[in-house]
Write a protein that binds this ligand. Structure first.
Ligand code: GSH
Length: 202
């Protein structure tokens, strides 16, 4: 299998953490690519018409894309270790969707300053994106700590990747303030080898 990859993409990182956790790293070749919505660069458009990474090329079927689909597929090959059975699955998927939504907002904020010309920027839109992240952080602190401290699953991995991405690209926003339980959980989770091995480097 080939994974279209960037070391700074938090969505790609979700897949990389899963590969580390399930011992499947050697089954995937990494193809480094890059681009943005206005300059598609080397993004794998033939594999994913949306022009986004991660995308996974495989021998026995069409390419897969969207980190959630790729993670679920690779986990099924590994024997369903990070997506639990039973009722907990719905919580895991909702938590992963929450983290991915935080990432969507955080990535759009980055594109707003990197890609959009300064005279066309609209500050309330940027703050609206941060509002989504802020509310999601409050929900993680008030409703999700019990799930986060349970058996390892993909919801936890996605949240950890999202929080690290806030540190990586939005450090000035100080997401930890007034969220002590989430901050403590994040610090413990960062010690996992899979997380340490995939830290984004600018
Ligand atoms: N929902 C997608 C989002 C992927 C995504 O937005 N990836 C970014 C890199 S961090 C990308 O490829 N951006 C290029 C673009 O939006 O054109 C997923 O979970 O895989």
């Amino acid at each position: 299998m080939r994974l279209y990859y960037s070391p700074t993409s938090p969505y790609v990182r979700k897949v990389m953490v899963l590969l580390h956790e399930t011992g499947m790293l050697d089954q995937v070749e990494l193809i480094s690519v890059g681009g943005t919505p206005v300059d598609t660069g080397t993004l794998p458009l033939a594999l994913n018409p949306l022009g986004k990474i991660p995308a996974l090329e495989r021998a026995d079927g069409p390419a897969l894309y969207d980190s959630r689909v790729i993670c679920r597929y690779l986990d099924s090959l590994a024997g369903n270790r990070l997506y639990p059975a039973g009722n907990r699955l719905w919580d895991t998927l909702t938590l992963e969707a929450t983290a991915d939504g935080m990432l969507d907002a955080a990535v759009l904020m980055v594109y707003e300053t990197r890609v959009r010309p300064e005279e066309k920027r609209f500050e309330p839109w940027v703050e609206g994106q941060w509002g989504k992240i802020d509310r999601a952080l409050d929900a993680l602190e008030s409703r999700w700590i019990a799930h986060l401290t349970g058996p390892l699953d993909m919801g936890q991995v996605a949240v950890a990747c999202a929080l690290d991405y806030l540190d990586f690209r939005h450090a000035g926003r100080a997401w930890r303030s007034a969220r002590p339980d989430l901050a403590a959980w994040h610090a413990r989770f960062a010690d996992r080898l899979s997380m340490a091995a995939t830290v984004p480097v600018a």
